[in-house]
Design a protein around this ligand. Sequence first.
Ligand code: FE
Ligand code: ZN
Length: 501
Amino acid sequence: MAAKLNIKDKYRLLTRDLDWEFSYQERKQAFPYEDFEGIKITDWSKWEDPFRLTMDAYWKYQAEKEKKLYAIFDAFAQNNGQMNISDPRYLNAIKIFLTGVTPLEYQAFQGYAHVGRQFGGIGARIACQMQSIDELRHVQTQIHAMSHYNKFFDGFQDWSHMHDRVWYLSVPKSFFEDARSAGPFEFLLAISFSFEYVLTNLLFVPFMSGAAHNGDMATVTFGFSAQSDEARHMTLGLEIIKFLLEQHEDNLPIVQMWIDKWFWRGTRLLSIVAMMMDYMLPNKVMSWKEAWEVYFEEAGGALFKDLARYGIRAPKYSEVIEKEKEHISHQAWWIFYNFGHAAGFHTWIPTDEELDWLSEKYPETFDRYYRPRWELAKKMEAEGKCFYSSGLPQLCQVCQVPMGFTEMQSDPGQISYRNAMFEGERYHMCSDGCHDIFVNEPEKFAQAWLPVHQILQGNCGGADLEKVLSEYYRMNVGADNLDMKGSPDERRWNEWKKGAA
Ligand code: FE
Ligand code: ZN
């Protein structure tokens, strides 16, 4: 009679023993994507399974979390949780999250399901499959957490459609599509290591503590429920880099190239979070600059010191990134303020108290470069002379952010432009970081679907912006977009608050 298995044996049977030898097909044929990136794997059995979970334990544990989570969502809805947020301006950050980040969780689900098939090692396949299921859960729980707000506020109605089409959402969308259309090892390096292991704290901590500071219990609860998953995902990120570097010395230059690429892409993506922290949270958590110092310079600095024993160095252009922490949030919010008529959320001029907070947090740069713009905007608003930019911005061919970043090394007041030729055409980039990425893979990035080019080519529903916004993007023009001041969101909020008092 079989004795009851202990957890270790059970784990082995449920992971490693799921692999099999191929009797009539070559192993190489079964894993066709494993070689073309140039990565050399000599021994898959050296893979340390980072999760050490059996499927059985995984499902039980996740089910427990789901039960608690949905009980809280229910209580939140029953108690009119939407009335407890600090200020309806806050929810515009959540609109960005739902349209820009939640669909990335779905892309992660698909990406991990794909690579979970493509690795020759069973340990890596199981870890990716589990993460894939986690990511699907994240999509669902985020939609459920935020769906409550859709009943009361504008801009939440068509997030998935918007993700696929709206100009600024091509920034996160193209980031993930770049990773998913790469080989399996680059995907893991990009998403598990660069994003989940090193940069994720800069996305999740600001959003979750931002939610806590601004009375958004639905988002806080989702965040707690995702936290133990995130811990596993980070372990996978660390395992993949160590594994690749220990397998073969030829992997080092490839891994370093990917680190350089994905850190740069990651920091460009995070400029949206930077702007959220500094401008969109009515109750601030910390400045972007402070977050960058804690979560990247300190934590990341220690990590790269540790990885130096493998020959890895800090990501290329780290010195530029360090200077940019003083600038990017201001530059990004200014772009959105100028194109507030074409955004799926509301924009606004910071209040006087907020301007003072920014001066205090950015003593080196805010008063010198950015306060004068807001003072002018305020003056123009008071005189009834507000206007939105009527042109369409030029976009970076790689990160797809409008050209608004500036020269960190010479003059932070000058917009930085780079370009490169490929097959007789000239392509434009926002920085040396994006330039290098393009030049490394011009065939890939020449194909980028740039929203502004597509509008100008007539592929987005029409020649006038109103048509693009309402028909192609499916925004409710006049409700979802424009200034917070005078918006239906603001008007309803004031009526509810009056009613409550
Ligand atoms: Fe996730
Ligand atoms: Zn760029």
